[in-house]
Design a protein around this ligand. Structure first.
Ligand code: TRP
Ligand code: ZN
Length: 879
């Protein structure tokens, strides 16, 4: 960076001097340039300083003219800077007309108006609208929008924007126009416009109050047959939000557009959601079960934003979790209601541990409500989204479903149509329930994952059980000292003899209060004494992962095996198994580095066998229980991450389990076969278990590899095809290359399926993966300009292939750093995300630290670096 970029601070928030009350946009799309005419009704804030100028955000636009109240504004009264326009002497009320020229064809950042294939589309969150028109581009400016789009009718027959269509017509020279009016005030980040050749899939929904809403999913012609699942998911979401939160949709039409080039998953623009095609299009032969579940969840997420995000929005970007944490919580609950609740919870916690815990322990650690940023796009993080959802979930746990609903009702009653803060949400929860959540607010203020230790003591004579909980929140950048957090601890005591949950009566209470309750942990060190405890218990703590903490409960291996079998909380049964496996693998890593043999205890194999063969347990749950913690998860528990040791230990354990349990695994593999094409929950669960076992077996011997090859050849759904290809792609046997070639031949015309083909090869355990990844960059289906391609090949290698990326000679680091530099000049958002794995450089051994650091320094020195990558690089080196 030539100059140090500015740091934006939460404490500096001030209300704007002016606001745009209404905007009338005219967007004239032509080949090679687009002319935007924006008419802004500007209103001065009565509290502004007398000489306060009007400051409009704007970037990468060429000004054609500026008029105020019908007159040209003389050049002495305004200046145009690279990121803004400053106009002096603007009265209390003024009508500004601003015409500019922009170039969507040249927009590779995919922010603002850009082209995806032959289609024009927009992405305005967080600060993309300023690349379309000069505007007060901050979320507390909620304006009324009308939009007229003009374009060539043959190449852009479909013209869409937010709200309701209010007019259309033909123009000379084969051109036409359409006008849209959005009756709801919104910040500019929710603006959207789409123009292109699109085919609609049509349906409708009758709301609880009896209004009919037209539903439209617009896709590239030819993809209409892949929208059924997305449409069903949308209708289910609409019904669920009415039933669970009493929230109805508010416009006459709801549209989704699927685009091929998109920086993230999807975007909740008012009435016109824009989606990465990956999260819309699905057929059983092209999409996996996981894809189906992601589509359901993301369709719901964007739809739910209509109330949590759009009707009530954020005052400033520090409040991002107000809408994202809340909406993720809502989509998680929706998916839990539509599918198996505890499996969904397990998946969500796995995700939190894989992405958020490392982030919270690294140089980019930040509170759910950050205090500062350089580039807001870097703060669409696992912390804001997933930890933010855990924070919302804790209100729900503390207040109960009814109390939470009361809080939500009050939140909407007070704040509909406003731009508000996380504090406003918390106050609504407090007021609706008559509670004081002062201490709970620390979850918004403090970064870092709390470490909790628990120790129990049973006094058989007195029949008391004393549980002592200690918590510390680790220091994070800028926050050396921490206060104890309020932890809702859902818990039970499982009798070691009866194997049943015991009645829970705290000392001082006159009766037991059930066998499963939520305790409030508020102190650094705190004891709870239970009375009338008839037998020695094993405690089951933080059931359902009731607080996002790292727990160390001092369990013996026997305790964990006991909980795996007997805990009434399904989540904690899974958790106990993970803890047991984690402990075993960490012991193995330690043994290996001490030059000892990596031993696998028989008791572990036995526990694994019991879960495997327990036909009383749902296959979907068994698949979760038998999947070992990831290499990333194990690394989190080590002071210095031993990349090679972790890989060796995990692979060795997988091999031992497969060796010892080959007959059982093979039998169950066959028993879990699903006939034909079935997409219901039980079929998905069977496939999950079957494919997990295939992974174990294929890694063991030629029999297993033959199973994979047979499955690959006979697969009727993409889930089975991909699972088999993953196994084959890991092997250096000729069968691997045969399968990859066959898959390529069959699917090279389908961009989304080709993404899977790239990812599988990028994550392959083969030793020559890096050179194969480099070669794949030359494949005609690859492009550095398409974020899905970058993520599926380069992102999968950097974040999903620990041995490849962390190769001891630093070749993986060098390669990814080269790509980050190349990508940064085209698309800073995607470059910055690809770069993020480097931020954890201090977690590795000295040799790797030196290699990683050198690459970060090289990236930092690259000329013309974006703010996005600069922020990650500079904070990584500092933190
Ligand atoms: N608000 C979107 C969501 O959570 C995500 C989002 C933010 C986004 N910025 C983006 C999507 C940029 C695409 C591009 O659903
Ligand atoms: Zn969101």
């Amino acid at each position: 960076m030539p100059t140090e970029p500015t740091v934006i601070r939460r404490a500096d928030y001030t209300p704007p001097d002016y606001r745009v009350d209404r905007i009338d946009l005219h967007v004239d799309i032509r080949d090679g340039e687009t002319i935007v005419t924006a008419t802004l009704a500007v209103v001065g804030n009565p509290d502004r300083a007398a000489n306060a100028p009007l400051v409009l955000d704007g970037q990468d636009q060429t000004l054609i003219y500026l008029k105020m109240d019908g007159e040209d504004v003389p050049p002495c009264r305004y200046v145009v800077q690279p990121e803004r326009m400053v106009v002096e002497e603007v009265p209390d009320r003024a009508l500004l007309e601003i015409r500019t020229r922009i170039h969507p064809e040249k927009n590779t950042a995919l922010e603002g108006l850009y082209k995806s294939g032959s289609m024009y589309c927009t992405q305005c969150e967080a600060e993309g609208f300023r690349r379309i028109a000069y505007f007060i581009d901050r979320p507390d400016n909620m304006a009324l929008f009308t939009t007229t789009i003009e374009a060539d009718k043959a190449s852009c027959p479909v013209l869409l924007s937010n709200g309701n269509p209010v007019g259309e017509g033909d123009l000379p020279d084969g051109r036409h126009w359409a006008k849209w009016e959005d009756p709801f005030r919104k910040p500019a980040y929710l603006f959207a416009l789409v123009a292109g050749q699109l085919a609609p899939v049509k349906d409708s929904f009758v709301t609880a109050s009896g209004r009919t809403v037209d539903l439209r999913i617009y896709v590239e012609p030819g993809n209409e047959d892949k929208c059924g699942h997305a449409m069903e998911s949308l209708k289910k979401s609409m019904r669920w939000d009415e039933e669970v939160f009493g929230l109805e949709y508010d416009l006459d039409i709801f549209m989704i557009v699927a685009v091929g080039d998109f920086n993230m998953g999807a975007m909740e623009n008012k009435g016109l959601n824009v989606f990465n095609a990956k999260y819309v299009l699905a057929k059983p032969d092209t999409a996996t079960d996981t894809d189906y579940q992601l589509i359901e969840g993301i369709i719901a997420h964007e739809y739910f934003h209509n109330w949590t995000g759009n009707r009530v929005t954020c005052r400033d970007w520090f409040q991002l979790s107000l809408k994202e944490g809340l909406t993720v919580f809502r989509d998680q609950e929706f998916s839990a209601d539509m599918n198996a609740r505890s499996v969904k919870r397990i998946q969500d916690v796995r995700g939190l541990r894989a992405a958020q815990f490392p982030e919270d322990a690294g140089p980019m650690a930040h509170p759910v409500r950050p205090d500062s940023y350089i580039e807001i796009n870097n703060f669409y993080t696992a912390t804001v989204y997933e930890k933010g959802a855990e924070v919302v979930r804790m209100y729900h746990t503390l207040l109960g479903a009814e109390g939470f609903r009361k809080g939500m009702d009050l939140y909407f009653q007070r704040h509909d149509g406003q731009a508000v803060t996380c504090e406003d949400f918390c106050v609504a929860m407090e007021d609706a329930n008559g509670v004081d959540l002062t201490q709970f607010r620390r979850w918004y203020e403090q970064a870092g994952t709390p470490h909790v230790t628990a120790r129990g003591h049973y006094d058989a004579a007195a029949k008391t059980y004393t549980l002592t909980i200690e918590q510390t929140v680790p220091p994070t950048p800028g926050q050396p000292e921490k206060q104890p957090a309020l932890l809702p601890m859902a818990m039970g005591l499982v009798g070691s003899v009866s194997k049943a949950d015991l009645p829970l009566q705290l000392d001082g209470e006159n009766a037991a209060q059930g066998t499963d309750r939520v305790l409030r942990v508020t102190e650094t060190r705190q004891s709870f004494t239970f009375v009338g405890v008839e037998e020695a218990p094993i405690p089951s703590l933080f059931r359902g992962f009731s607080a996002p903490v790292k727990l160390e409960a001092g369990y013996s291996a026997d305790d964990l095996t006991f909980l795996m079998a007997n805990d009434s909380d399904e989540f904690n049964r899974w958790e106990a198994g993970q803890a047991l496996a984690r402990r075993l693998m960490l012991d193995m890593v330690a043994a290996r580095s001490a030059g000892r043999e990596m031993a696998v205890a028989d008791s572990f194999v036995d526990a694994f066998r019991r879960v495997l063969t327990d036909e009383g347990v749902d296959p979907a749950f068994r698949a979760q229980a038998l999947a070992l913690p990831s290499e990333g998860d194990l690394g989190e528990s080590m002071a210095t991450i031993d990349v090679d040791g972790i890989h060796a230990a995990r692979e060795h354990l997988r091999r031992v389990l497969a060796e010892r349990l080959k007959p059982e695994m093979t039998t169950i593999y066959h028993a879990m076969a699903v006939r034909g094409v079935q997409l219901d929950g039980p079929a998905i669960g069977k496939r999950a278990l079957r494919n997990l076992l295939l992974g174990y077996l294929a890694g063991l011997d030629a029999d297993g590899l033959a199973l994979a090859e047979a499955q690959f050849q006979s697969a009727q759904v993409m889930t089975d095809s991909v699972a088999a290809l993953v196994c084959l792609g890991d092997s250096t046997d000729a069968a691997g290359d045969r399968a990859l070639a066959a898959f390529h031949e069959r699917w090279r015309g389908n961009a989304l399926v080709m993404d899977k083909w790239f990812s599988i090869q990028a994550m392959s355990k083969r030793p020559d993966t890096l050179s194969r990844v480099k070669a794949l960059m030359g494949d005609p289906a690859f492009s550095l300009k398409n974020p899905n391609k970058v993520r599926s090949l380069l992102g999968a290698f950097a974040a999903g292939n620990p041995t490849g990326f962390h190769a001891a000679d630093g070749a993986g680091y060098r390669f990814i750093a080269d790509q980050v530099i190349a990508l940064d000049s085209m698309n800073p958002q995607v470059a910055s995300r690809l770069f993020s794995p480097f931020a954890r450089w201090r977690r590795f051994d000295a040799a790797r630290q030196a290699l990683l650091k050198a690459e970060i320094e090289r990236v930092l020195a690259a000329p013309g670096l974006s703010k996005d990558v600069y922020e990650i690089a500079s904070k990584s080196l500092a933190g």
